[in-house]
Ligand binder design. Structure first.
Ligand SMILES: Nc1nc2c(ncn2[C@@H]2O[C@H](COP(=O)(O)OP(=O)(O)OP(=O)(O)O)[C@@H](O)[C@H]2O)c(=O)[nH]1
Ligand SMILES: *[C@@H]1O[C@H](CO)[C@@H](O)[C@H](O)[C@H]1NC(C)=O
Ligand SMILES: *[C@@H]1O[C@H](CO)[C@@H](O)[C@H](O)[C@H]1NC(C)=O
Ligand SMILES: *[C@@H]1O[C@H](CO)[C@@H](O)[C@H](O)[C@H]1NC(C)=O
Ligand SMILES: [Mg+2]
Length: 378
């Protein structure tokens, strides 16, 4: 009887396994269409088809794995009472973007934030959260304002049915967003900001870093929705702006975007503005000598209180006066809604990352300034 010793048994087992693997390979469906990039391509086939996968993108590292970050933060002016609306917004922002990139949040308020507010906002993110109180001089009447006159004009605007016409806190808010949020001590360490408000929604996955995009492409101002302002809120804003331009010609570059905000070369304002509840911007721009001079000029004129100048037209007119086309970016890929208007990307390629209804996109409706933007920048 042949005896197989333990040393003889091993080679036999190994051969058997190899034999089975070879059989399996030849019977397998992969055998005839080798996909291994290193395999020798058969004759008559262009080699690069084998080396390059059909969709290169899927083999790229996601952008967030690169740990380089901009010095940037979300900035959210809000009240304690808006906590629940804000949580809804933050959870969407985290899901669409920030759970991957972890940019910090700066919350600002004219009253101290409650512990409840702090716990229930910080709980939604791994990122740093900071809570700041707005100094009195940034949320009140400057000394040159005639308060009696302001009260009278405000009540009148209310009676005339102007939106937020008789609302004082709204005016402090607009003045703060125009001239002060970027000077708050908690903001000083940052170079870029993304403004967020309670209740806004985000519909599209954002897989790259928009702050780095701004920085690397020398963009100073980014937006998603543009529209027409109510003229009754800014009766003298353009006259005041024209006087400013006359007094400070050194701040007005030749090839600016004035045609975006005026249909007659600066004669009158066409009411177009970027909706400032969404902004991604360069803080250096808002802290620049020209923007500072413009804000102070407007503040002295008193229209934040005697009229109801909004931070959106103020920022937008500054963009039109001081920046050129290549410094302003339309974030088409950021699906965004601040009721009642939504920007939803309409191209099929961008829609793949979104859940908004492109049929409800605001861009090409009557009150949007999208067509103007296209005509000026193309
Ligand atoms: N802390 C604080 N935040 C305010 C106050 N008023 C407005 N805000 C914030 O300022 C931003 C703009 O105010 P909103 O009331 O949304 O103004 P709006 O977007 O023009 O108007 P809505 O259509 O009502 O949203 C929001 O982020 C508010 O939370 C206020 O009195 N105190
Ligand atoms: C990470 O991003 C920075 C900034 O965009 C870039 O300079 C750097 O080359 C990137 N690093 C890698 C490994 O891709
Ligand atoms: C003033 O406007 C704010 C919105 O910024 C609103 O929440 C508030 O109810 C308004 N106040 C009054 C007295 O109308
Ligand atoms: C826009 O302005 C920047 C300076 O901030 C300049 O570097 C750039 O060349 C300008 N671009 C155009 C198209 O004028
Ligand atoms: Mg709002």
């Amino acid at each position: 009887m042949p005896v197989i010793s333990s040393t003889q048994r091993k080679p036999i087992l190994v051969s058997l396994v190899v034999f089975i693997l070879v059989i399996v390979f030849f019977l397998s469906p992969y055998q005839s269409t080798s996909i291994a990039p290193s395999s020798v391509p058969p004759k008559n086939v262009v080699p690069h088809e084998f080396v390059m996968p059909p969709d290169e993108e899927q083999f790229k590292e996601p952008a967030w794995k690169n740990t380089t970050r901009a010095k940037a933060a979300f900035v959210i002016l809000t009240r304690n009472s808006e906590l629940d609306d804000l949580r809804k917004t933050i959870q969407q922002l985290e899901a669409r973007f920030n759970s991957k990139f972890n940019y910090p949040y700066v919350f600002l308020n004219d009253e101290p934030f409650t512990d409840e507010f702090k716990e229930l906002t910080s709980g939604l993110t791994k990122a740093e959260t900071k809570y700041g109180l707005i100094p009195q001089e940034h949320w009140g009447y400057p000394e040159w304002i005639d308060v009696e006159k302001a009260d009278k004009l405000r009540h009148k605007m209310g009676k005339d049915g102007i939106l937020y016409g008789d609302n004082l806190s709204y005016r402090h808010m607009c003045r703060f967003e125009s001239g002060f949020f970027f000077r708050h001590p908690l903001m000083l360490e940052y170079e870029f900001y993304w403004r967020v408000e309670p209740s806004v929604e985000f519909f599209c996955d954002l897989d790259y870093d928009p702050f780095l995009y701004m920085k690397e492409n020398n963009k100073k101002y980014g937006w998603t929705i543009s529209l027409l302002e109510y003229e009754s809120t800014i009766p003298t804003l353009w006259e005041t702006t024209k006087k400013f331009m006359k007094e400070y010609p050194q701040y007005i570059p030749e090839n600016n975007l004035i045609d975006l905000i005026s249909n007659n070369g600066g004669g009158s304002y066409n009411l177009c503005h970027f909706w400032s509840n969404f902004e991604i911007g360069d803080l250096k721009f808002l802290r620049s000598p020209e923007y500072t001079a413009y804000f102070e000029y407007l503040d002295r004129a008193g229209g934040f209180f005697y009229e109801r100048w909004g931070d959106a037209p103020v920022h937008s007119i500054a963009v039109g006066m001081f920046l050129n086309q290549s410094e302003v970016h339309f974030f088409n890929d950021i699906g965004y809604k601040h009721a009642p208007f939504m920007h939803c990307p309409i191209s099929r390629e961008l829609q793949k990352k979104c859940h908004c209804d492109a049929g409800e996109n605001f861009d090409f409706t009557e009150s949007s300034c999208m067509r103007k933007w296209i005509s000026v920048t193309e």
